[in-house]
Design a protein around this ligand. Structure first.
Ligand SMILES: CC(=O)N[C@H]1[C@@H](OP(=O)(O)OP(=O)(O)OC[C@H]2O[C@@H](n3ccc(=O)[nH]c3=O)[C@H](O)[C@@H]2O)O[C@H](CO)[C@@H](O)[C@@H]1O
Ligand SMILES: C=C(OP(=O)(O)O)C(=O)O
Length: 428
C-alpha cells in the first residue's frame, strides 16, 4: 500500500492529455458480453476499475488481450458463471454484468456492487427494468439472481433519473424480443457512448442522450471496433487544478460541450478559459470570486466534480454554497479539508464554504475517489506538504496522476506505507 505526497504552492504550466472516460469504459467492457465475436475498444483509461472488469470478463471465459490503451475481447466462449463475491464488490460498475449477462444468457448471478460510499446507492430502478423485461429477480445473501425464459420489450418509466439503470436496461433490452421504451432516461454522454458501441455491434437504439430511448431487440450482436469518449470528470478535475494553481494550462483531448456547466462556473469566478475544438486553455488572471453550485443530472453541474470544486472554493473571496442534489451525503471530504484549515460547514445537503483561506498541508484520508481528487487539489494549493492515504480510491479513476501533474510542474510523489501505517489505516 502507498500514500501520496503533494508539496503545495508550485505553479502549473503546460499540457495535460485526458484519457478515456471511466464511466464509459466500465459499461463498454461488460457490454462486450453481448457480442458473438471479437470487440476492440480503443482509448481505454489505465485505471484499476478497467483492470478489475477485464479480470471479471476473463473469469466468465472471455479472452482478453491488451495492448497499450486498446483492448480486444473475444466473448464467444463466455458462460453464465455466477459472480456472487470477490471483485464485483470492489467497484460500482460490476452491476452492468447483470444487464449484459441477462441479455445474452437470460440468467445471471452477480453480487451487490461496491464503489464510492456516497450515502445510499440503491439499484431498485435497475431491478424494476429487468422485471419489466420479464426477468425474475431475487436478492439472496447479498447477490442478485436474475432469470428469464425470454426477455420481452416493455415500456419502462424510471422513477429516478439513473445513469446505471438506464445503461443496464439498455444492455438487456437490445437482446429482448420486440420494442423497449425507456422513459425519464439519463442523458449523460457515457450513455450515448455505450449506445454507439451497441449500435456498431448491430443493436437498434434511437434517442440515447435524450430522456426517451427506444430499442428494437435483435437476435444477434457481432464484434466491432469502438473508440471511447474522453473522460469529462478527469478533464474537469485538471481544469479545476489549473484554475487553482495554474498560469497557463492546456487540457487536451476534451469535448468542451461536456464541460459547459463547469466552464460557466469557473468563468463566473473570474477565470479566463478558451475553448478550442478538442482543448481548453485555462489562464487564471485575478482573485477568484465565490460562486454557488448545485449538482444536477446531466447537463447540470456533475456531482463527480462537486468535491474537487469545493477545494477550489476555499481560495475564493466570499461565501459559497455547494448543494449536492444527487448524493446528499457526498461530503466526507469536508472533514479532511477542515484539517487543512478550510472554513466549511455542512448543513443538510449543502456545504457552506467561507473564503479565502490559506490551506495548510496535513495528513488526510481519501474516503472515496473524488474526495481523493479534492484532496489533491487542496494539496496543490496548500502551504507545505499534504500526505494522502486511501490511494486505492484515486487509482480507480485517475490514470498516471503523478506523471500528469509532474509534467505540469507539480511536486507530487508516492511512498510505500510502513506496516504500522497500513494497520492503522485498515483499522480506521
Ligand atoms: C460507474 C458510474 O457511471 N458511476 C456514476 C453513476 O453512478 P450510478 O449509475 O450508480 O448513479 P445513478 O445515476 O444511478 O444515481 C443517481 C441517483 O439515483 C439514485 N438511484 C439510482 C439507481 C436506483 O436504482 N435507484 C436510485 O434511487 C441514486 O441513489 C442517486 O441518488 O452516476 C453517478 C451520478 O451521475 C455518478 O456519480 C457516478 O460516477
Ligand atoms: C462515484 C463515482 O464512481 P463509482 O460510481 O464508480 O463509484 C465517481 O466516478 O465519482
Amino acid at each position: 500500500m502507498e500514500k501520496l505526497f503533494v508539496e503545495g504552492g508550485k505553479k502549473l504550466n503546460g499540457r495535460v492529455h485526458i484519457g478515456g472516460a471511466k464511466n464509459s469504459a466500465v459499461a463498454l467492457l461488460p457490454a462486450t458480453i453481448l457480442a458473438d465475436s471479437e470487440v476492440t475498444i480503443e482509448g481505454l483509461p489505465d485505471i484499476s476499475d478497467v483492470e478489475t472488469l477485464s479480470a471479471l470478463l476473463e473469469d466468465i471465459g472471455g479472452v482478453v488481450t491488451k495492448e497499450d490503451h486498446a483492448i480486444k475481447i473475444d466473448p464467444s466462449q463466455m458462460m453464465a458463471m455466477p459472480l456472487p463475491n470477490g471483485k464485483v464488490k470492489t467497484l460500482r460498475a460490476s452491476y452492468y454484468f447483470m444487464g449484459a449477462m441477462l441479455g445474452r444468457f437470460k440468467k445471471a448471478v452477480v453480487g451487490l456492487p461496491g464503489g464510492c460510499h456516497l450515502g445510499p446507492r440503491p439499484i431498485d430502478q435497475h431491478i424494476k427494468g429487468f422485471e419489466a423485461l420479464g426477468a425474475e429477480v431475487s436478492n439472496e445473501q447479498g447477490a442478485i439472481y436474475l432469470r428469464a425464459k425470454e426477455l420481452k420489450g416493455a415500456r419502462i418509466y424510471m422513477d429516478v433519473v439513473s445513469v446505471g439503470a438506464t445503461i443496464n436496461i439498455m444492455l438487456a433490452a437490445v437482446r429482448a424480443k420486440g420494442k423497449t421504451v425507456i422513459e425519464n432516461a439519463a442523458k449523460e454522454p457515457e450513455i450515448i457512448d455505450v449506445a454507439t458501441l451497441l449500435t456498431s455491434m448491430g443493436a437498434k437504439i434511437k434517442g440515447a442522450g435524450t430522456d426517451v430511448i427506444r430499442i428494437e431487440g435483435v437476435d444477434q450482436l457481432s464484434g466491432c471496433m469502438h473508440t471511447i469518449i474522453p473522460d469529462r470528470i478527469e478533464a474537469g478535475t485538471y481544469t479545476i487544478m489549473a484554475a487553482a494553481q495554474g498560469e497557463e494550462v492546456y487540457i487536451d483531448n476534451v469535448i468542451p460541450q461536456h464541460l459547459e456547466p463547469l466552464i460557466a462556473k469557473l468563468r463566473e469566478m473570474g477565470i479566463d478559459i478558451t475553448e478550442d475544438e478538442e482543448s481548453l486553455i485555462i489562464r487564471p488572471k485575478k482573485a477568484l470570486s465565490a460562486v454557488d453550485i448545485k449538482t444536477l443530472v446531466h447537463p447540470g453541474f456533475p456531482t463527480d466534480l462537486q468535491q474537487p470544486f469545493t477545494s477550489l472554493l476555499t481560495k475564493a473571496e466570499g461565501t459559497a454554497i455547494v448543494t449536492d442534489t444527487i448524493y446528499s451525503a457526498r461530503f466526507k471530504h469536508i472533514d479532511e479539508l477542515r484539517r487543512m484549515n478550510a472554513k466549511i460547514k455542512v448543513e443538510g445537503a449543502s456545504a457552506i464554504v467561507q473564503g479565502p483561506v490559506q490551506l495548510q498541508g496535513a495528513k488526510v484520508r481519501a474516503t472515496d475517489l473524488r474526495a481523493g481528487a479534492a484532496l489533491v487539489v487542496a494539496g496543490l494549493i496548500a502551504d507545505g506538504v499534504t500526505e494522502i492515504t486511501g490511494l486505492e480510491h484515486i487509482d480507480r479513476g485517475y490514470e498516471n496522476l503523478i506523471e500528469k501533474l509532474e509534467s505540469l510542474g507539480a511536486k507530487i510523489w508516492r511512498e510505500s506505507m510502513t506496516k504500522e501505517e497500513m494497520l492503522t489505516y485498515q483499522n480506521n
